[in-house]
Design a protein around this ligand. Sequence first.
Ligand SMILES: [Zn+2]
Length: 232
Amino acid sequence: MASLRPEQYERYKNQLSLPAMSEQAQLKLLGGSALILGLDGTGLSVARHLAAAGVGRIGLVEEDNKLATAVYGLSKINPDVAIVAHKLSFDTHSADGVMGDYDVVIDSLSDWQSKLLASDVAMHLNKPLVHGGLFGFSCQVFTMLPGRSACLRCALPLVGLEDVPMEKLNADFAPTVEVASAMQSSAAIRLIGGLGGIGGATLIQFDALTLETSAVRELSARPDCPDCRRNP
Ligand SMILES: [Zn+2]
């Protein structure tokens, strides 16, 4: 059975001492991968958390020149982690190819058309998608597990977001961004490390003005949706 190298025991000492963690879970993280769609919003912060946790390969999708700076900074966090740059526009032509190569996909996209495309492709590829949405002071996080959760197309109307205009979201209240990043990173680490505890049918919302969280539950796969049904 594989084991951590001596310097890795030291590097992950804090994380390994958590009750839910184990050497096997750490090895899964090191052998695992995550793709982050977009570096605005939560993307960069999620990447930092995943790199520090030792997720072995982290892909970044961004068409802007800020990608090179992000890769440079993230590469210094953890020598165990490979940071992979995908400088491209996330659209129907690129989505399948880039998402297919990773264990978990993180949605840090800033427009709804792209978010729904990520959901469609994740369902098609049978791949977990950790959705993050930012709305000024509030945010929401939903871990979509194909075959178990509703797809994002189905989930959003159920949380009352069917009327959200298809335009760019505001993502500029930094503390809210950090809350969403923390939730998305936690979900990704749990999925990749095999730590369990992700049911996939609950969407969590947080409001930084009231400091209240709420949960919308039972966002289960819908039998009348072709995407939800695709992965029985
Ligand atoms: Zn659906």
